[in-house]
Write a protein that binds this ligand. Sequence first.
Ligand SMILES: O=C(O)C1=C[C@@H](OP(=O)(O)O)[C@@H](O)[C@H](O)C1
Ligand SMILES: C=C(OP(=O)(O)O)C(=O)O
Length: 450
Amino acid sequence: MSSHGAPIPMTSRACGALTGTAQVPGDKSISHRALILGAMCVGETTITGLLEGQDVLDTARAMRAFGAEVTDHGGGSWSVHGVGVGGFAEPDQVIDCGNSGTGVRLIMGCMATSPITATFTGDASLNSRPMARVTDPLALFGTQSVGRAGGRLPMTIVGAAEPVPARYVVPVPSAQVKSAVLLAGLNAPGQTVVIEAEATRDHTERMLAGFGAKITTEMTAEGRVITLTGQPELTAQHIDVPRDPSSAAFPVCAALIVPGSDVLVPNIGLNPTRAGLFTTLREMGADLTYENEREEGGEPVADLRARFSPDLKGIEVPAERAASMIDEYPVLSVVAAFANGRTHMPGVKELRVKESDRIDAMKVGLEANGITVEDGPDWWTVTGLGHGNVPGGATCASHLDHRIAMSFLVLGMATQKPVSVDDGGPIATSFPIFEPLMGALGAAITRNNG
Ligand SMILES: O=C(O)C1=C[C@@H](OP(=O)(O)O)[C@@H](O)[C@H](O)C1
Ligand SMILES: C=C(OP(=O)(O)O)C(=O)O
């Protein structure tokens, strides 16, 4: 099933060279945060380049339910009239975050230290994902929560009326957990401290500083120590959202495996906490270059140029790189199928608790298409067959997971026989223009029931 409606089966088949320019949408992580911080400050925040994917639209709706005025001006241009830190109203409806782990976890954090109660739910995928990783640290502030067994949604959060600040060592590499604690810390008096052993994406820290919060980061033997001073007055900002490296991954990887391809993907945010895939692809021998490298809004940005790469080789992907490419492993495993030799990917147990168990979803689908995959609790290995040798021919389950659906459609662009997915509907959560964008480059993706 797709998240919002009937399943949309799709098929991808071998095509001619992919050529042209791919303008991928705005960054999903930054889009959620722009809406949430816009809702937590006084005055009007303006946003351009917002990702209008379903995950982000669900966060916009949630911010309205907490009392912010959120307006869509068209073409990715939005404004948010915030209610100020501690100014959230109690929603009179259940908050439905759809398919979005980022949405629900960050929103739980930002309401957790206000004297209001809210109930959260999502689709079948989100309702099966772990939430105790967020409600455990929120309890340190005095927040209460009641959910289904195993800490699953639907879940009610009772915000702390008299919050105390927290000090929390994040036990899993998760920017969502880190961000939920920092957002909760905004309305607690004194200093909230979050410590992460492994650096994860730092958009929350950067944006909090941009909105005027007092926040510092120090590297210590324990890891990154982030200290936030609570109850600041946040000042409205203009946010120009950079284009999403996690979406850029799909046209880039497709170009590497389709003979003759040459694709430009402009204006991609290359924050080091997000760019691990591109480093990995280059180590595999990908013809992938950064053009026009520059800084925009304090973030490194470049135009990516990806060309067909006939001599890809399997590699060992360093475990310590995992956080910087966590959402890109599914499509990396597709590129690995066309490389020569084994690509070993350790340190990735977080992949098992995403929209689906991504190791399992890719293993089953890749094996059905003729590729050997081995896996353990926190690692997997793909044995590549080299260009022209991947059979294809199977239909893969997308498990309500956009990245799984898009990865298998990229696979089908270079296999001997077409590859299908049972449901491409979830693609709209993060990359609503995936089909026309890939089609304009020359890809052959069709809907099977239309
Ligand atoms: O903070 C964020 O915006 C995100 C953090 C990551 O999740 P985790 O925090 O669970 O690693 C990532 O997988 C997700 O797509 C977006
Ligand atoms: C894991 C992802 O998103 P989320 O956790 O926000 O659902 C993703 O977009 O790959």
